[in-house]
Design a protein around this ligand. Structure first.
Ligand code: OVV
Length: 401
């Protein structure tokens, strides 16, 4: 209850207490007004849906080119070369985005659909085994982590060897958007090895010739991007494409395990898998926050956010703002979750969202066809990260259909 004992402005939104349970702080932030100065890190926090949405679509005043973490790239050194997609503004942002969007778009993904649905069926069959009784699994290790790690790196076209670097690399990257606290210090110990491996997977010679990676290099051959840009765009896939989906799947599994009526509805109508995933992305918001930087003085409510200031967009808070959502804390398959900002909004909105939805649809469909009941068999354990709302483990009991 930090938020009520101390003035909100002194609260550290990246403290272990708030990362473990961010909802009370977020409610206090929304109630305090459209924007609040958080003095601990000299940042401005926005927690209401209307203002977060408006700022995300206003890239001219709320820029990404100075970084979308607390570090201002105009005054401090970024820990890695900036992303050509995430950490840029138009016009530099546009060619990489224009190249990547169709590679990850619904039309291109059609050729992966059957393969991923078959892989999910195999994966769940192997997990359930040949016995008869219920099966105890870890929803994270056995489903949310292992399924994406089985299909996504293949789709990018990277070799098998070394894939264990992907999750810790992403975990550190998402920590590094926050302040240099104990999470960043712990990750910094091994990040050089993870980053060296990730960077080495982005070259043309390493990538299979039929994956997302090769398609990015083909765009360089056509002249749509340069040969210097191509490896950094591949790096974006390996940076943003693993942990995010893992924790999105963790969120939907948690939601379905704790909402038996939603599981029953999904079994009845497997096409609800997509709504279930988007509602879980709204409800849990695996990517909780991103920063923007004020390009000019921006008046918001009675406050002026000064030019150069960092503004923290609380996506998870906007997704639970009762000013916008009816009964926002309820996970509800009958609501229309579209318009949530869990994938962001505006010109940086998640370019991989169709890939994530396809992974979720494959896994949930395979589970719904084989599992009559799914329930928590013990309390889940949270994994703390400066940006992501995540589980380390999630014990589940699966009852065969
Ligand atoms: C959305 C996102 C998260 C992390 C990394 C990147 C993007 C990237 O482009 O590297």
């Amino acid at each position: 209850m930090t938020a009520t004992l101390h003035p909100l402005t002194d609260t550290d939104p990246f403290s272990a207490e708030i990362l473990a349970d961010p909802l009370p702080f977020q409610a206090a932030l929304r109630d305090a007004g459209p924007v609040t100065h958080l003095a601990r890190h000299d940042l401005y926090g926005m927690g209401r849906y209307a203002e977060v949405h408006a700022a995300l679509v206003d890239w001219q005043r709320f820029c990404s080119g100075a970084g979308v973490g607390l570090v201002n790239f105009r005054t401090e050194e970024p820990w890695r070369p900036p992303s050509l997609l995430l950490e840029t503004d138009p016009p530099h942002h546009d060619a990489p985005r224009r190249v990547l969007a169709p590679i990850l778009g619904p039309r291109a993904l059609r050729r992966l659909r059957d393969r991923w649905f078959a892989a999910a069926e195999e994966h769940v069959d192997a997990l359930l085994g040949g016995g008869r009784g219920p099966v105890d699994v870890d929803g994270m290790a056995d489903l949310a982590e292992s399924f994406p790690l089985r299909v996504f790196p293949d789709a990018v076209g990277i070799p098998r060897e070394g894939r264990e670097h992907l999750l810790p690399y992403g975990d550190h990257l998402f920590n590094a958007f926050g302040p240099a606290n104990w999470l960043v210090e712990a990750g910094a110990v091994h990040v050089a090895e993870h980053a060296a491996w990730v960077n080495a997977q982005c070259t043309r010679q390493v990538l299979a010739d039929d994956g997302f990676g090769a398609a990015i290099w083909a765009a360089a051959d056509r002249g749509d991007i340069t040969a210097e840009q191509a490896p950094l765009i591949v790096r974006s896939l390996l940076s943003a494409g693993v942990d995010t989906t893992v924790h999105g799947l963790g969120a939907v599994l948690r939601a379905l395990a704790t909402h038996p009526e939603a599981w029953a509805a999904l079994r009845e109508r497997p096409d609800l898998a997509r709504v279930a995933f988007d509602e879980a992305v709204r409800w849990e918001s695996p990517v909780q926050t991103f920063f923007r930087t004020a390009e000019v003085d921006v008046p918001i409510g009675g406050t002026v956010v000064p030019e150069g200031a960092k503004i923290l967009m609380f996506l998870g808070s906007a997704n639970r703002d009762p000013r916008h959502w009816d009964d926002p804390d309820r996970f509800d398959l009958t609501r229309d979750p579209s318009g949530h900002v869990g994938f962001g909004m505006g010109l940086h909105q998640c370019v991989g969202q169709h890939v994530a939805r396809l992974e979720a649809a494959a896994l949930l469909s395979a589970l719904a066809a084989r599992v009559s009941r799914i329930e928590p068999s013990a309390e889940p354990i949270r994994h703390l990260n400066n940006t992501m709302r995540a589980f380390a483990s999630q014990p589940l009991r699966l009852y065969r259909a």
